[in-house]
Design a protein around this ligand. Structure first.
Ligand code: ADP
Ligand code: TRP
Length: 335
């Protein structure tokens, strides 16, 4: 859809408050350039489920989660806008989704506080992220320690039944489920429903250029909006093991964009010729990503759509979450 069509069609968001479709909630932190792991592991499912029309989708920029690691105002502002542009370029239709910034909706942090009051430290100490930090003898911030409770608030506020994410987020969804149950039990009121993770098994863990999970913290990513030259550089840096005929790390990324039947034939025909196989991968990735990259570039030239989308998202997310908070406040006895 052209930028012009986006504008003229953007005549008012689907009225989510009156819909009784199951709710989808997901968020991504604006902490780095989007990469193939983010897209294939989470964003593509979010876009497809939104397009299916079967859900009421709420998708947000998890800026208060990002604050735990990214403490630079200019970078926060820039990356927040880039993430919204990234979502739009990846195919999210602003008419079908409530797209907003977490920090624009105060109910997230308010509910997080209420969850803190019913949560114990030993329970939070079981989180993978906390255990990793402890194992490495790293000091962990209070916000990072409490990450699962803010995430539970993000999800439970909207009565989400599905949460499309990559496999690394599974434990967080379990925290949200436990917290919903605990709250309902303590306050003897079925205020929250239990969310389910939506994780696609074949892309649950997208591998990076070194074969480990693709992650910005490992420096092994293929950026989603990379130029062709940049794609070529990243693909050429894929680690290969000369002892096998098939370069597994190349194949694993290749099968994100081409069927395994086609790839098996191609890899058999060029067995051992790693350079050529990488060139095929560059070609296929470039073809797959070019339309998204073009949309992203277009949005970057004029990013006013970002402001419109976020302003609408803020209003709608506030209305829905405030209604839920009234119920929560009554349940705990502060209203
Ligand atoms: P990163 O690991 O690069 O910091 P994030 O934690 O910001 O990425 O992840 C944002 C979303 O993308 C989450 O839903 C996460 O599960 C998903 N995701 C990130 N990397 C991968 C991957 N390599 N495979 C599958 N999903 C991923
Ligand atoms: N923790 C998620 C990540 O690291 C981001 C996130 C925050 C999220 N709140 C959420 C994802 C709620 C799904 C639902 O990627």
């Amino acid at each position: 859809m052209s930028r012009y069509a986006w504008r003229t069609n953007f005549c008012g968001i689907v009225c989510t408050m009156t819909s009784n479709k199951p709710v989808l909630v997901s968020g991504i932190k604006p902490t780095g350039d989007l990469h193939l792991g983010n897209y294939f592991g989470a964003m593509r499912q979010q876009v497809e489920l939104t397009k299916s029309g079967k859900y009421r989708p709420f998708i947000f920029v998890a800026d208060y989660h990002a604050l735990n690691t990214m403490q630079d105002a200019t970078e926060m502002r820039r990356r927040t806008r880039e993430l919204v542009m990234g979502y739009l370029a990846a195919g999210l239709d602003p008419e079908q989704v409530v797209l907003f910034k977490q920090s624009d909706v105060p109910a997230h942090t308010e509910l997080c506080w209420i969850f803190d009051a019913i949560t114990t430290m030993p329970y939070l100490m079981r989180a993978h992220a906390y255990k990793d930090a402890e194992a490495k003898n790293k000091e962990i911030g209070v916000g990072s320690f409490n990450y699962p409770m803010l995430m539970a608030a993000d999800i439970l506020l909207y009565d989400a039944s599905v949460v499309p994410v990559g496999a690394d987020q599974k434990q967080h969804i379990e925290y949200a489920r436990d917290t919903a149950e605990k709250f309902n039990r303590i306050f003897k009121d079925e205020v929250f429903i239990l969310p389910e993770p939506y994780i696609m098994p074949e892309v649950a863990i997208v591998p990076g250029t070194d074969g480990r999970k693709m992650s910005k913290s490992y420096g092994n990513v293929v950026p989603l909006f990379a130029s062709r030259d940049e794609l070529a550089r990243r693909v050429m840096s894929i680690v290969t093991d000369s002892s096998s005929a098939r370069p597994e790390n190349v194949y694993a990324i290749h099968k994100l964009v081409r069927s395994t039947a086609e790839l098996d034939a191609l890899y058999a025909e060029h067995a051992g010729n790693y350079k050529m196989l990488k060139e095929f991968l560059i070609e296929d990735l470039d073809r797959y990503l070019a339309p998204m990259r073009a949309k992203y570039e277009m949005l970057k030239e004029d990013s006013s759509l970002v402001d419109t989308v976020l302003a609408r998202g803020r209003e709608e997310a506030r209305a829905v979450s405030e209604a839920k908070m009234s119920r929560v406040r009554r349940a705990i006895g502060v209203a």
